[in-house]
Design a protein around this ligand. Structure first.
Ligand code: SF4
Ligand code: SF4
Length: 371
C-alpha cells in the first residue's frame, strides 16, 4: 500500500484485493493440486476447501467485445473473478465441483461465426500451452517478423496438443520478434525468433536532427558505431555516424535510440528457430535454447516453412522422448546430431558456434561434432 495512505496512480493495486474469497481464505495453506483433464485443475486446501480452475486459450491482443464476454462469464459462474496468465490464457475458477460442468459447457458452447472455439479449454500438463510472445509489426519498432501472425499460424498447427496431454512432458513454445527477446525464447523448448540480417541504413540528412548521436553510439553492443562528419549530395557537411558493418550483429539497438538508423528489410528479415531450453530444475539444470534453424524467410500470412519445421520437431519429440523428458533433455540424451536427423533439420555452418561463453545459444560448443 502507498506510504502515508496517499492514493497513487503509479502501478497496479495490491493484488491481495483481487483474490476470490476461497483463495484469500486458504492463502499459503494448500495441500495439493492435480490436473483432472486437459485444461481443468483442482487445488485442495488443508481446510478441505476446493478450487476448480478451467483454463482457456486467449490472445495477447483482444477486442473489448471479447473481454466483455469474459467478464460476463466470470459474473455468471465465478462471482465476478477471473485471471489472466502470463501466456495469455484465461482462468475461470469455481469453489465447488457442481459448478464445474455448467462452466465448461458454457465455455465450450461459445463459438465464433466460422465455428471455431472462442474459449478453447486446454493448455495444461504434458501438452502445449499458449505461446508467450512479443509485439511484432503491430506495435514495436525493431521487429524482424510479426508476433501475432507467426503465433496464430503456429498455434493453428499445434492446437490438438493444446487440448491434449499426449506429449512426454510440457512443451513450451515462445516467440520474440527481434534479438532483444522480450519473449522467453532463450529458455523455451521451441522458440521462434525474428532475425535481421542487414546492418542499419543511415539517413544522414536527418540523423543529427532526430537523434542524440552519443546515445546511438553507446547503444551498440559491438562498438560498431562511431561519430562521423558526412558530406550530403548537395555538398553540405553534417554530423552523423559511421557503422562498421562487419562488426554489426543486426540487433537493432541503434534504431531503438535513433529512428534515422532503420534496419527492417523485406529480404533480409526472417526467423530463426531455437530448441531445447527450459527454466525448470526438474531432472536436469535449466538450459538455454540453441539455434537449430539459422534462417527462414518471412512467408506471410501463414509462415508454412516455420510451421512445418515446428510440427516435425514436435512429432519427433512425441515419438522419441521418454515420459517426463523435456525436449532439451531428450536431445541431450540421443545426441544433438541425432536430433537434427530425426527432426529432418539441415545442419549448416551457420550453426557452428565460435563464441566461447559456456552453454550459450548454439547447439554445440566445439567443432567435435559427428557429421
Ligand atoms: Fe520489440 Fe524486439 Fe521486443 Fe519484439 S522482441 S517487441 S521487436 S524489442
Ligand atoms: Fe550496433 Fe546492433 Fe546497430 Fe548493428 S544493429 S550497429 S550491432 S546497435
Amino acid at each position: 500500500k502507498p506510504m502515508e495512505n496517499r492514493i497513487t496512480d503509479i502501478g497496479p493495486k495490491d493484488h491481495n484485493e483481487f483474490y476470490p474469497p476461497v483463495i484469500a481464505k486458504n492463502k499459503g495453506k494448500w495441500s495439493h493440486h492435480e490436473i483432472l483433464e486437459p485444461g481443468v485443475l483442482v487445488h485442495v486446501a488443508d481446510s478441505g476447501d476446493e478450487v476448480y480452475t478451467v483454463r482457456v486459450g486467449g490472445a495477447r491482443l483482444m477486442s473489448t467485445g471479447l473481454i466483455n464476454e469474459i467478464c460476463e462469464i466470470a459474473d455468471k459462474h465465478c462471482d465476478g473473478y477471473v485471471r489472466f496468465t502470463t501466456r495469455n490464457n484465461v482462468e475461470f475458477m469455481v469453489d465447488s465441483k457442481d459448478k464445474l460442468e455448467p462452466l465448461k459447457n458454457d465455455l465450450s458452447g461459445r463459438k465464433f461465426a466460422g465455428g471455431s472455439f472462442k474459449f478453447p479449454i486446454g493448455g495444461t500438463g504434458a501438452g502445449i500451452t499458449n505461446i508467450v510472445h512479443t509485439q511484432g509489426w503491430i506495435h514495436c519498432h525493431t521487429p524482424a517478423t510479426d508476433a501475432s501472425g507467426t503465433v496464430k499460424a503456429a498455434m493453428d498447427v499445434l492446437f490438438n496438443d493444446f487440448q491434449d496431454m499426449r506429449l512426454p512432458a510440457q512443451l513450451r513454445v515462445s516467440m520474440a520478434c527481434c534479438l532483444n527477446m522480450c519473449g522467453a525464447v532463450h529458455c523455451s523448448d521451441i522458440a521462434i525468433l525474428g532475425y535481421h540480417r542487414k546492418p542499419p541504413m543511415l539517413d544522414h540528412e536527418y540523423l543529427d536532427k532526430v537523434c542524440e548521436i552519443p546515445l546511438a553510439v553507446s547503444a551498440c553492443p559491438t562498438a560498431a558505431i562511431k561519430p562521423a562528419k558526412v558530406q550530403l549530395a548537395n555538398g553540405k557537411e553534417v554530423k552523423s555516424v559511421d557503422v562498421k558493418n562487419e562488426r554489426c550483429m543486426y540487433c537493432g539497438n541503434c534504431y531503438t535510440m535513433c529512428p534515422s538508423m532503420p534496419l527492417a528489410d523485406t529480404e533480409g528479415d526472417g526467423i530463426v528457430l531455437m530448441a531445447g531450453g527450459k527454466v525448470s530444475n526438474r531432472i536436469s539444470d535449466p538450459k538455454f535454447s540453441k539455434v537449430v534453424v539459422a534462417f527462414l524467410p518471412n512467408e506471410m500470412p501463414r509462415w508454412p516453412s516455420m510451421t512445418d519445421t515446428i510440427q516435425r520437431m514436435v512429432e519427433a519429440y512425441a515419438k522419441g522422448a521418454n515420459k517426463y523428458e523435456r525436449l532439451g533433455d531428450w536431445a541431450d540424451r540421443i545426441g544433438w546430431e541425432k536430433f537434427f536427423e530425426v527432426c529432418e533439420l539441415d545442419f549448416t555452418h551457420h550453426l557452428i558456434d565460435d563464441f566461447r561463453q559456456q552453454a550459450y545459444m548454439s547447439w554445440r560448443q566445439s567443432t567435435q561434432f559427428k557429421f
